[in-house]
Design a protein around this ligand. Structure first.
Ligand SMILES: [Zn+2]
Length: 132
């Protein structure tokens, strides 16, 4: 994985990039390696990892079967926000539906995805998702 630049983390009192509260109470502990209590919290922490360029967290929270060899984050991407539309958990499987928007090279873009997660060894990991 390559991000081209070191990750820049917000202060613990700053709003979390995912919109879930202060960074110190929201995604920071999960980025530091704490197990996400729910698949939604893992989803939020992965969005935040994209925003701040934390490739290690993206790699660690991705199922080994579906994890790409390399994730390239474009430095020209400005993330606008995350909206969680719904989350369902059934035992060790979960789905989270979200919308994420960003601006890249002057063009606004939005992704809506229904993501699948599984819990392996007590930790939620991202498997894959259906776009649309
Ligand atoms: Zn967060």
């Amino acid at each position: 994985m390559s991000f081209g630049s070191a990750s820049v983390r917000p202060s613990t009192q700053a709003p979390c990039p995912c919109g879930g509260g202060t960074f110190g109470e929201c995604c920071s502990p999960i980025l530091d390696g704490a197990a996400a209590p729910t698949a939604e919290r893992l989803m939020r922490s992965r969005y935040t990892a994209f925003v701040i360029g934390d490739a290690a967290h993206l790699e660690r929270s991705w199922h080994p079967r579906t994890r790409p060899d390399e994730v390239v984050a474009d430095d020209g991407t400005v993330w606008h926000g995350l909206v969680i539309e719904g989350a369902e958990e059934d035992g060790d499987a979960a789905t989270v539906t979200f919308r994420a928007s960003w601006r890249q090279h002057g063009i606004d873009a939005e992704l809506r995805e229904r993501s699948r997660f599984v819990r392996r060894g007590g930790r939620w990991v991202y498997v894959d998702g259906d776009v649309g």
